[in-house]
Write a protein that binds this ligand. Structure first.
Ligand code: AHR
Length: 506
């Protein structure tokens, strides 16, 4: 949480840090990932049999190491738009018997060599939790129940036995399940009206929770600021549901999913665009409250959190999905990703999970080639956040000048500010205070007064580069992390076009 006071460009900015004012716990799942059957994300990304860099399962070892380094707590699968025509039964059992199918989201061919067991085993090896999305396009409730039974059941029943027959005795205990993906979108196979979706989601949710009450169900929202969001929340955030038996401590819907991608060809509009996501979170939070108030949900029933299960910088015209969406990220994009992450830290009270879309090759910070990996510019802010920005979000008061040019979307201007210094802070469980400051300005560094920093050793990690447009490639790393120390005295200079993470022991 941060308050912002606008001052003029020639005044000295200040950031007041309140380490003892913890505002909310940061859910570790904010550093979630997403792997879709799209482009080179699965095939050639996490799964690359025959490559010398892969293990005996065909999993790329360097990619697994990268996931471990990022400490990714949860990974969404198998889509995305892909899931709208995906039949999970195609992807289990002996490989030679699995059918090849036309793939309608990205207009490819799905071999089904990689499916449920391969993904869930990969999650175990990486040490991450799976999050599965259900097919609301061409799929049926029976099929969804079958998938849940296959993954989680210990009973002597058909799909649990099919899992055993396929070599896996104990259940996988998949906790997170999404009730479809972007069902509002005209590109979606089986696109629905909000009325049709809400009715279906509610019925599926009841049945899924009857089969396994321990799961976490995620409702399909839109951007968080649409009529769709408001309608489906109102229709589905209820508690007195058959199956919950009037239990005032249980809810049918545990999370509400929203998606936003930001991008602009002008640097400042690009870097400040994630502020739209911050406004979207605030609006969604109010819509959740509104649904609970109007539906008389008792406050003993857990309040749904927001699952921001697709976020990133992406311009689909620049990197079309049908061509694998291999964005080349610039320094400007790295700063935008830093601001995205600041948003999640500031709004920690409402965010139950966030998943960068995507985790490998497709609009991703991590790119594979046949001999290794490229860590794009956006990898570095993500790594620093995942390493240090955990624990409890803290209150900050920021005084600085503001970017006053064009924003993307245009409604950012007038609904939320765009300070040159975008900040978030937290205190980790082991007592370190962490402050992240992104200076978006293309020409100007800001000497800043930091109130609340302890004099002594302050560790400094900085992500920057020579110009907004620089990228990382196989042969050149133009953006990475530079480390230094500061004594905590006097003004601190945040250089132009930089993300700086300062940390000190409280
Ligand atoms: O992440 C790429 C695509 O973007 C996803 O498949 C879809 O859900 C969204 O439109």
């Amino acid at each position: 949480m941060a308050t912002f006071t606008k001052i003029s460009e020639d005044e000295t900015p200040s950031i007041t840090i309140h380490p003892s004012h913890k505002v909310a716990k940061i859910n570790d799942n904010v550093y979630g990932g997403f792997t879709e059957h799209m482009g080179r994300c699965i095939y050639g990304g996490i799964f690359d049999p025959g490559n010398p860099l892969s293990d005996e399962n065909g999993y790329r070892k360097d990619v697994m190491e990268a996931f471990k380094e990022l400490n990714v707590p949860v990974v969404r699968y198998p889509g995305g738009n892909f899931v709208a025509t995906y039949h999970w039964t195609d992807g289990v059992g002996p490989r030679e018997k699995r059918p090849k199918r036309p793939e309608l989201a990205w207009l490819g061919l799905e071999t089904n060599e990689f499916g449920t067991d391969e993904f869930l085993k990969w999650c175990e090896l990486v040490g991450t939790e799976p999050y599965l999305a259900l097919n609301f396009g061409t799929g049926t409730l029976d099929e969804a129940l079958g998938w849940l039974e296959y993954c989680n059941s210990t009973q002597n029943t058909y799909y649990a036995n099919l899992r055993r027959q396929n070599g896996r005795e104990k259940p996988y205990n998949v906790k997170y399940w999404a009730l479809g993906n972007e069902m509002w979108g005209p590109w979606q196979v089986g696109q629905m009206t909000k009325e049709d979706y809400a009715k279906r989601a509610y019925q599926w949710a009841k049945a899924l929770k009857l089969l396994d009450p321990s799961i976490v169900l995620i409702l399909c929202g839109e951007t968080g600021y649409s009529t769709w969001d408001s309608y489906v929340l109102k229709e589905c955030v209820k508690w007195d549901v058959h199956g919950l038996g009037g239990d005032r401590t249980k809810s049918l819907i545990d999370m509400h999913s929203i998606h936003i991608y930001t991008a602009d060809s002008d640097h400042a509009a690009n870097a400040t665009a994630p502020r739209s996501a911050e406004r979207a979170i605030q609006i969604t939070s109010s819509l959740i409250d509104l649904a609970r108030i109007e539906n008389g949900v008792p406050n003993t029933v857990p309040r749904p959190t927001i699952c921001f299960d697709e976020w990133n910088v992406w311009d689909p015209k620049r990197a079309p999905g049908e061509q694998g969406a291999e964005e080349k990220y610039t320094l400007s994009d790295a700063l935008a990703v830093g601001i995205w992450l600041n948003v999640f830290i500031r709004q920690a009270k409402d965010i139950g999970m966030a998943n960068i879309a995507q985790s490998v090759n497709v609009i991703s910070p991590l790119m594979t080639h046949k001999n290794g990996l490229v860590k794009q510019t956006t990898w570095w802010p993500l790594l620093l956040f995942s390493k240090y920005m955990r624990g409890g979000t803290i209150a900050l008061n920021v005084r600085c000048a503001e970017y006053e040019g064009r924003t993307n979307p245009s409604w950012v201007r007038g609904t939320i500010e765009t300070p040159w210094l975008d900040c978030s802070g937290c205190v980790s469980e082991d007592g370190w205070v962490n402050l992240t400051v992104i200076n978006v300005h293309e020409e100007k560094g800001f000497e800043t007064r930091l109130e609340g920093v302890k004099e002594g050793t302050v560790l400094v990690f900085r992500v920057t580069g020579a110009a907004v447009g620089v990228v990382n490639t196989e042969s050149e790393q133009n953006v990475g992390i530079k480390e230094e120390a500061w004594d905590g005295k006097g003004l601190y200079m945040f250089p132009k076009l930089s993300m700086t993470l300062l940390r000190w022991k409280a």
